[in-house]
Design a protein around this ligand. Structure first.
Ligand code: NAP
Ligand code: HSE
Length: 435
């Protein structure tokens, strides 16, 4: 039976996350009611595939294929968008805000691309647009950045924000298996999608770090602003060589601000074994943040999955309902108040691991070192690894160098007669984040 004082919501989509929201609101009904002072009830669900709603025991009268019946329902205070994708999700959210609804969404693709438009509409209508679940699944990260840490200048964010790739890299590191085999196993176990492109290509992480960077630095960063490399070129050999050097390989999402310019990138990176992020394994996510007053913080947990993501969404629903009760929706809206330059990758300064196959004969090392020297690339260490068929593998680690200089030197080195190939280039990060 419906309680007359209940917060009524409309749910758009009843897939993995939508089902989680239904289950949480059912299982924790009393708990939620006590915390909020009134129950939260799903009044209507937009879902084409009624087998999904039937499986949850949802009455057919609550399921609709007509968005209008949710958006035009004056009883519905908050629309929860968990359909995913850009359209029609974007249009539905804009229409819901226009009609005076609050919106809770998990849709990182949409926020990372159309955030500005959506937040402007929410501000115009003095309504809440909450999106905690869009980054880090169940890990609270949006609210901490917008509220608890707002007094700090954020120096940087280093995140492991994609569970699929973290699972694959963890297995490759622990079991020495290759990328392709590990991906297949992850797909078999349900840790990777049938089409894994967005995850293994780094795009999912790029969307998430663009959202975090926008909040942290008070300037809009969109998904296309992010430099992205995925994990598909990683080999067990690189992971093993990195281990010998004291490094763990992770897909890192990095955002930094320096002198008013933002750098924002996603790529595989070696980090020191003693870095807190090095022990974040399997599908777990973590976000490591430095603020000028708070110092270092790491938030760790499950970055995806039905229950953790539902936890974040229902947390948002309750917060929005509290705001609504006090006529206070729209209080914390868009936190971007200025424009900042996004650095091209060529200006980024970091350290590099380089694996280069060369002819095994005198003068080769000196020839390569000469090119690096001319391009202002300073070598921190070099090791000669396996030798085969008169070829040797050299593994260099550089000091900090500007990416443009490194790439220029690699172009010259690749063309040298003494060089077989530049087998891999992996950035080395995180040493400056250790105290
Ligand atoms: P999902 O399992 O594919 O669920 C989406 C649901 O929405 C499906 O049931 C789909 O129905 C329905 N839907 C899509 N378009 C629709 C439309 N136009 N009208 C009516 N129903 C429609 O996806 P999900 O994993 O729950 O993810 C939902 C959102 O949460 C995405 O934005 C995702 O990025 C985000 N998210 C997911 C996770 C996670 O762990 N899964 C974590 C964090 C954030 P059909 O299948 O019948 O089309
Ligand atoms: N596909 C994502 C991951 C989960 O592997 O972390 C949804 O954000």
């Amino acid at each position: 039976m419906s309680a007359s004082n209940a917060v009524k919501i409309g749910l758009l989509g009843c897939g993995t996350v939508g089902s989680g929201v239904v289950v949480l609101l059912n299982d924790n009904r009393d708990h939620v009611t006590q915390r909020l002072g009134r129950p939260v009830e799903i009044k209507s669900i937009l879902e084409m595939d009624t087998r999904k709603t039937d499986a949850l025991g949802i009455a057919p009268r609550m399921v609709t294929q007509d968005i209008g019946s949710i958006i035009d329902d004056p009883e519905i205070e908050t629309v929860v968008e968990v359909m995913g994708g850009i359209e029609p999700a974007r249009t539905y959210i804009l229409e819901a805000l226009e009609k005076g609804k609050n919106v809770v969404t998990a849709n990182k693709d949409l926020i990372a691309l159309h955030g500005k438009e959506l937040f402007e509409k929410a501000s115009e209508k003095h309504r809440d647009l909450y999106f905690e679940a869009s980054v880090g699944g169940g890990i609270p990260i949006i609210a901490p950045l917008k509220q608890s840490l707002v007094a700090n200048n954020i120096n940087f964010i280093y995140g492991i924000v994609n569970g699929t790739t973290n699972y694959i890299l963890t297995k490759m590191s622990l079991e020495g298996k290759d990328y392709e085999g590990t991906l297949k196993e992850a797909q078999r176990l349900g840790y990777a999608e049938a089409d894994p492109t967005s995850d293994v290509g780094g795009h999912d992480a790029a969307r998430k770090i663009s959202i975090l960077a926008s909040i942290a630095f008070g300037a809009r960063v969109t998904y296309p602003d992010v430099y992205v490399e995925g994990i598909t070129n990683i080999t067990p050999l690189d992971i093993a060589y990195g281990k010998e050097l004291g490094y763990t390989l992770k897909l890192l999402a990095i955002a930094k601000e320096e002198n008013g310019a933002i750098e924002v990138r996603v790529h595989p990176a070696f980090i020191p074994d003693r870095h807190p992020l090095a022990s974040v394994n399997d599908v777990f996510n973590a976000v490591f943040i430095r603020g000028d007053f708070v110092g270092d913080i790491m938030l760790y947990g499950r970055g995806a999955g039905q229950r953790p993501t539902a936890s974040a969404i229902v947390g948002d629903i309750i917060e929005v309902a509290r705001n609504s009760e006090h006529g206070d929706t729209g209080r914390i809206s868009c936190t971007c108040f200025e424009q900042k330059r996004i650095k091209p990758i060529s200006e980024v300064k970091t350290r590099y691991y380089l694996r280069i196959l060369v002819k095994d004969r005198p003068g080769v090392l000196a020839g390569i070192a000469g090119v690096f020297g001319n391009q202002q690339v300073s070598i921190a260490s070099v090791i000669q690894k396996r030798t085969e068929d008169s070829m040797a593998e050299l593994v260099f680690v550089t000091h900090q160098v500007e990416e443009g200089n490194l790439q220029d030197s690699l172009k010259i080195i690749s063309g040298m007669a003494i060089v077989g190939k530049v087998s891999n280039v992996i950035r080395v990060e995180g040493e400056e984040t250790l105290i």
